[in-house]
Design a protein around this ligand. Structure first.
Ligand SMILES: Nc1nc2c(c(=O)[nH]1)N[C@H]1C(S)=C(S)[C@@H](COP(=O)(O)O)O[C@H]1N2
Ligand SMILES: [Mo]
Length: 412
């Protein structure tokens, strides 16, 4: 068994290296000129930038299942009420920086290269990957910006990026080959430091600068620990929108680590940086370093399987259902309030509680006629609890605050 990864130590080290001018893979000069343009008001709207592109997502996005923001579509939580543990692919959220590419599996190759290999580049076809020992993992993928809109609607703070509510998360059963298996076959050297997968979707252009393919590094320790190169989702080949033919699945880490349509994996003997761990997906704002605080892991969250502003019948029992999840470990308990946070009751856990996925729960409630506010607050096995107020950052990542969910009960 590999040693568990210490993300906090990795983040702190890379921050010091970045501050000291280390810039493998992405120059600090580029970063600073981008930052200057951003403060002039033209940049740093990564998730909103391509919202006008027509039809960037391939699968149908019916309004009963999704709320769509251009190249991003979030799952409506009411669509999970009658579902099992997994999110079916027809309602799994999509987050594309540009648009979904259609990739020919016959000519597709995965290239593994870089100074962290003992020899030169190694290529794998899809058939070759499928011949390697396969693994299955039931794991959540969640966008770092999931819940972002609540910084504004609940906390009155302005943030940039897609105004997700809570639907930029999903749990699926992924099957593929462990990244460790592929890296070892490719000749991983002892001096290897970072591993950076990149996608084959169009390069990401913002503020007139082409930042290249979507890519984000991780330390070798994480790459060897639990990362999957997945080619199946819930028992079927990946859909184009979810990374067909092969994507990364990086448990506990923010969604952008799980690179879709992977075409290249660079293995370096130096710390690596990319726009996706320097300019974006860092915490900026009061109390954070000027260069931003690096982060990799998700936080604790809960959602009711109900639309915001849903109508229920008063005077009879309503079964409230929902799910809670945490990158810190399994969920220990979930408390629910049906009166705006004055009184709390323990929700009843139902079904499995897998680490890296979620816990389903339910609670019966007999509402009176009128408007009510539902709240759910989860605590994981390490004692991480959702706070009343999430810590502000300008790009609106990691919203873990307890969400106030309005419903109205009408006479039946
Ligand atoms: N190549 C590539 N990989 C990518 C992205 C992308 O735009 N291009 N988006 C990332 C982000 S920000 C998230 S949250 C997840 C979303 O995965 P999904 O669309 O399968 O739900 O994919 C990640 N992988
Ligand atoms: Mo994301």
């Amino acid at each position: 068994m590999m040693k568990k990864v210490d993300e906090a130590a990795y983040d702190a080290l890379r921050l010091r290296q970045w501050q000291a001018g280390r810039a493998g893979g992405f120059s600090r000069r580029t970063f600073l000129s981008l930052a200057a343009a951003a403060s002039a008001g033209t940049l740093l709207r990564p998730e909103a930038a391509l919202a006008e592109t027509p039809g960037p997502i391939v699968k149908p996005l019916p309004s009963e299942l999704f709320t769509t923001f251009g190249s991003n579509a979030e799952m409506r939580w009411s669509a999970m009420r009658d579902q099992g543990y997994l999110v079916p692919v027809d309602r799994f959220f999509v987050r594309d920086h540009t648009s979904t590419p259609i990739i020919d599996t016959g000519t597709w190759r995965l290239t593994v290269d870089g100074a962290g290999l003992r020899g030169g580049p190694v290529e794998f076809s899809l058939a070759e990957l499928r011949q390697l020992p396969s693994e299955m993992a039931i794991t959540a993928i969640e966008c770092a910006g999931n819940g972002r809109s609540f910084f504004t609607t609940q906390q009155g703070q302005s943030v940039t990026g897609t105004a997700w509510t809570l639907g930029a998360v999903g749990v699926a059963r992924w099957r593929g080959v462990l990244l460790s298996t592929v890296l070892r076959r490719a000749g991983l050297a002892r001096r290897a430091v970072d591993v950076m997968p990149s996608g084959l979707d169009p390069t990401y252009v913002t503020g007139g600068v082409d930042l290249g393919h979507v890519r984000r590094p991780m330390p070798v320790a994480k790459a060897l620990y639990d990362v999957l190169l997945a080619y199946e989702m819930n028992g079927e080949p990946l859909l184009p929108d979810h990374g067909h033919p092969v994507r990364l699945v990086v448990p506990h880490w923010i969604g952008v680590s799980s690179i879709k349509w992977v075409g290249r994996i660079e293995v370096s003997d130096q710390p690596l940086f990319s726009p996706w761990n320097t300019q974006f997906y860092r915490l900026f704002g009061p109390g954070y370093p000027d260069e931003g605080q690096p982060f990799d892991k998700q936080v604790v969250k809960s959602a009711f399987e109900l639309d915001f502003g849903a109508t229920v019948l008063a005077g009879r029992t309503v079964r409230l259902t929902g799910r809670s999840w945490s990158a810190g470990g399994r969920i220990r308990h979930v408390e629910v309030s049906t009166d705006g946070g004055h009184h709390w009751r323990r929700a009843r856990p139902t079904g499995p509680d897998l680490d890296g996925a979620w816990q389903r729960w339910e609670l019966d409630w007999k509402p009176t006629v009128g408007n009510h506010e539902l709240l759910a607050r989860a605590t994981d096995v390490r004692g991480n609890t959702q706070p009343e107020v999430a810590r502000y950052n300008t790009l609106g990542y990691l919203f873990d605050g307890v969400v106030r969910h309005p419903v109205s009960a009408v006479a039946g």
